[in-house]
Each structure stands twice: as C-alpha cells, then as structure tokens.
Ligand binder design. Sequence first.
Ligand code: PYR
Length: 363
Amino acid sequence: MLIGVPREIKVHEYRVGLTPASVREVVAHGHEVIVERDAGRGIGAGDDDYRRAGARIEDDAAALYAAAELIVKVKEPQPAERVRLGAGQVLFAYLHLAPDPQQASDLLASGVTAIAYETVSDVDGGLPLLAPMSEVAGRMSVQAGAHCLEKEAGGRGLLLGGVPGVEPARVVILGGGVVGSNAALIALGIGAAVTIVDRSVAVLRRLGDRFGPQLHTLHASTDAIEAAVLDADLVIGAVLVPGGAAPKLVTRDMVRRMRPGAVVVDVAIDQGGCFETSRPTTHADPIFIVDEIVHYCVANMPGAVARTSTLALNAATLPCVLALADKGWRQALRDDPHLARGLNICAGRVMHPGVAEALGVEP
Ligand code: PYR
C-alpha cells in the first residue's frame, strides 16, 4: 500500500504522523511511504532520516495527497487539506468531528474513509490512541495553568506550590480519567492543594488508592462542582464523552463568580470544551480573559512538546497503521472491533453513533 505522511499545517503543530522508526517498520512490511519535505523537522527528524528508513520525500503536498491510499497524520485536516482528500482514500488522524460540523460536511462530501484516533477503543473500555495525548495534555495543563496564574498573564499572582509559611494554590480537576489523573500527578508533585471531581465513585476510589490522602476527591454533583470551582485558583477541565461533545459543567455564571485572576485550562476544548465561556485558541495566542478569569483553551496542547508527543503517539498508532496497510481497511476493521470504533465517516455517511448524535445526523 502507498502511505502518505504530510507535513502538519495547523498553527504551531509540530508533530508528525509517522516517525522514521515507524516508517522503517511499515516499509519492512512491504509498503511504500511518501513523506512531505520537512514533515519531521519539528521532532528533530530530517528528510535524510526518513530516506534512510526507506521513505521517498515529496516536495508537493498536493502530489502526496493525490498518490496516497492511506494518509497518516496527526491533526484534523484543515480546509486546504480537506479539498485534497477523495473517495478511495483512507484518512487516519485525530478528527474531533463533534464540535466541527464544517469539517464533517467537507469529509462527507469528499467521499474519504475517515478513521479517527480518538474513538478507537480497547478491551478495557479505554481509548488507546487518545490516551498518550491525554497523558501529555494532562501533565501540560498544570504547567500552562501555573504560567497563567502569574501576574503578567492576568493571573492572581500565585505560585502553585506556595512556599513555607504561605499556602499553596487550590487546583480543581474536573474528570478523573487519563487527563485528570495525569494533571493530579503533576499538581500534587508541585505541592498544590488538589481536588479531583468525578461522577464515578469507583474512579474516585481508584484515584484515592493511587495518590493517598493528599488528593481530595469529590463526587460530581452540581453543588459540589460549583463550590469547588468558586473556591479554586486553577480549574482544569478534563471531562470526555467518547466521540461526543463535552458537557458544559461550568456555566458562565459560575465563571463570573470565580476569584478574579483565577485560571481555567480547558483540555476538553477539542471536543467543544467544558466551560461555557471556552473557545478554542492556538499556541500563537493561547489565552483570553472573560470576567477577569484567564482562559487557556489551546486545542492541540501536545503539539508544543512535539517530540515527546509524536513518539508516544506512534507507539500507540503503529500497530493500527500496520493492520490497515497489511489487510486493507475493510478487513482490518472486520478483524478488530476496537479499530472499527474509529470509523467516523465512510462513503458519505457518519458511522460513529456518538459523533452522529453530536452532529444531529443519523448514524
Ligand atoms: C491532540 O493531541 O491534538 C488531540 O487532538 C488529541
């Protein structure tokens, strides 16, 4: 199979779909790989590294898209990329279609078969191709929040961990999944006072066992969320409905009543966000302020630590890329119901029930 790896064009997106090491594996399986010139520069992989791994380097993105049977990339295709996709092609990438009807409509019209990393599942009910980026984003959310709490960013002027004689900042994490537990790990490590809120007592029990009494856990009633958010210096939004739109757990009224200079970091923003006041931002212009509350809502946080993120992502995606290339997408999805959960769009139809519900169309 002919596999194309384009250079990402989203603002400040430096990750790449396949590393040279992954290309070597794919080529060893008998496939051909075309990589766009400079696609790996953001992770420190040069064109010669890709050539040594067996890839061909292509200058022209349009020619790469026209030739490839399977496109492996990281971020959802931007409008200029979507016009290059067509029937008979498979796209394997993060898509986040629920909050993005325009992208959904363009992909439906293109006839492409679109398999989304974020809805591929596993036997434990997890999302194995989303998990590595959730780990990265969860860990990064604390450092982003720490920066936003500084005065020059509009924050309250707090050091997350405090110092002897001065209490630490209060961090509230909404959601105890992969993002939330990784945020808790870093926030506790830095010495903040951390509360994690989840609607599942089983999840809270597991987090309590893992982190011990240093971590405060709270069952997610509306009352509990409101009280925790109003008392917080930093709120991290870490909720996820697979394929669907994130629930708006924090209303505009709650944001208005938070402490001036408090910070919200909305890691759920690529699924629409869990603060009513959130809107997606970019690494070029990451924050905005609503009612004196600093909002950090970068939709591709892991892109900033491109090397760590690409290596972690490839470790998860490579077996799927090999299955799609070796067997063809139809057989690969027939053989693996978890990979089949990744199918979002095929032959002009939305295939994933959660995505269809969020977009208001029939699956
Ligand atoms: C990202 O890491 O950018 C995702 O979309 C999950």
